[in-house]
Write a protein that binds this ligand. Structure first.
Ligand code: UT7
Length: 324
């Protein structure tokens, strides 16, 4: 049987118009531009308007990806949205995206929730569908409205997060595309980074606020160590060397975490696609927003090898190694 690979045929991205700077945040909480930039690498983040949602932002990114791929909407035979901030508890953001795009073929559409690692989990699922022949044209989006689950009085978290959406269109190909995906979870660390479900909390009569709670320093250390290991695991799975990697497209959580992973790979920071400074941490949207930037500005070229990686609540972590 001819091998089937998942090829990246199109990318897209969307950022809301409102920009909130470190300066703006220093009027809300006891912080400063220098503290935030030095500790995180972030200067600005985009904030969704009241009428914007995970599916509305994903729609804009998805239309760009479909246009770049030159694929008709009714050819899409699977839609996966990675999000921790869906429009509704249900239907899924993927169903709402399907409706927004007017795809009435009945193709499956579902969300994947793996916090900041959501996109690598979604890419992994999409890749399995394509490899087995269960799907041929898969739309994957990562879309988040983090600003609605952030406590704007908590300086340890509100400085980190932003809103936005990224999308990628994968098509079946006889030429190598996604070389491997590696995904992992360990629920033992669930209390280091979490956001309560307000409905469940009400039922359990818990008083905890339904915002992001994070023990940042502990998460930081776990992220650096775990991402170092996933890099080795990913290259080993494909029999490749560090020198084979052209670009690192990381989840954009903290410049110090990203720099540690680049160092582990022996890559210079010029080989890292960074969006962090002006977008902050957009959770599951960040990888695809960075990929969109790297492809559209011409840095990522056909034939090059791109390593994507992410770490998030759960803990969850993973990677996707892709030949463009
Ligand atoms: O994307 C999902 C995964 N998430 C991550 O990967 C995030 C990982 N964690 C981080 O990026 C970092 O831990 C943070 C950026 C969140 C925090 O940086 P840190 O170097 O770990 O700082 P810290 O939490 O150890 O806090 C150091 C000090 C504390 O004060 P004391 O106790 O030393 O007096 C904090 O209260 O900085 C204080 N602090 C702040 N000061 C000014 C915490 N937040 C702020 C702030 N402005 N915004």
């Amino acid at each position: 049987m001819t091998p089937r690979w998942s090829k990246v045929a199109g990318v897209g991205g969307y950022l809301p118009a409102e920009v909130r700077s470190n300066q703006d945040l220093s009027a809300l909480v006891d912080t400063s531009d220098s503290w935030i930039f030095e500790r995180t690498g972030i200067r600005n983040r985009h904030i969704a308007a009241a009428d914007e949602t995970a599916s509305s932002m994903a729609e804009i990114a998805a239309r760009q990806a479909l246009l770049m791929a030159g694929v008709a909407f009714d050819q899409v035979d699977l839609i996966i949205v990675a999000t921790g901030t869906p429009d509704r508890v249900y239907p899924s953001a993927a169903c709402l995206l399907q409706q927004r795009l007017g795809i009435s073929s009945g193709c499956p559409a579902f969300d994947v929730q793996a916090a900041c690692s959501g996109t690598v989990f979604a890419l992994s699922v999409a890749d399995q569908f394509i490899k087995t022949g269960a799907a041929s044209t898969v739309l994957v989006a990562g879309s988040e409205v983090c600003s609605r689950i952030v406590d704007w009085t908590d300086r340890s978290t509100c400085i980190l997060f932003g809103d936005g959406a990224g999308a990628v269109l994968l098509t079946a190909s006889e030429q190598p595309g996604i070389l491997t995906t590696r995904i992992h979870s360990d629920g033992a660390f669930e209390d280091l980074l979490y956001c309560p479900n307000p409905h469940a909390a009400a039922l359990a009569k818990q008083a905890e606020a339904a915002y992001i709670h994070m023990r940042g320093n502990e998460v930081f250390k776990m992220a650096v160590n775990t991402l170092g290991r996933i890099v080795d695991e990913t290259l080993e799975a494909c029999g490749l060397q560090q020198t084979d990697v052209d670009w690192l497209v990381p989840h954009q959580a903290n410049i110090r975490i990203i720099a540690a992973t680049a160092k582990k790979l022996g890559l210079s920071m010029e080989q890292v696609i960074l969006t962090l400074e002006n977008q902050g941490n957009t959770s599951s949207a960040s990888l695809l927003l960075a990929l969109n930037q790297g492809v559209r500005d011409g840095r990522i070229q056909p034939g090059q090898i791109v390593l994507m990686e992410a770490f998030g609540a759960g803990f969850t972590w993973g990677s996707a190694l892709v030949r463009f």
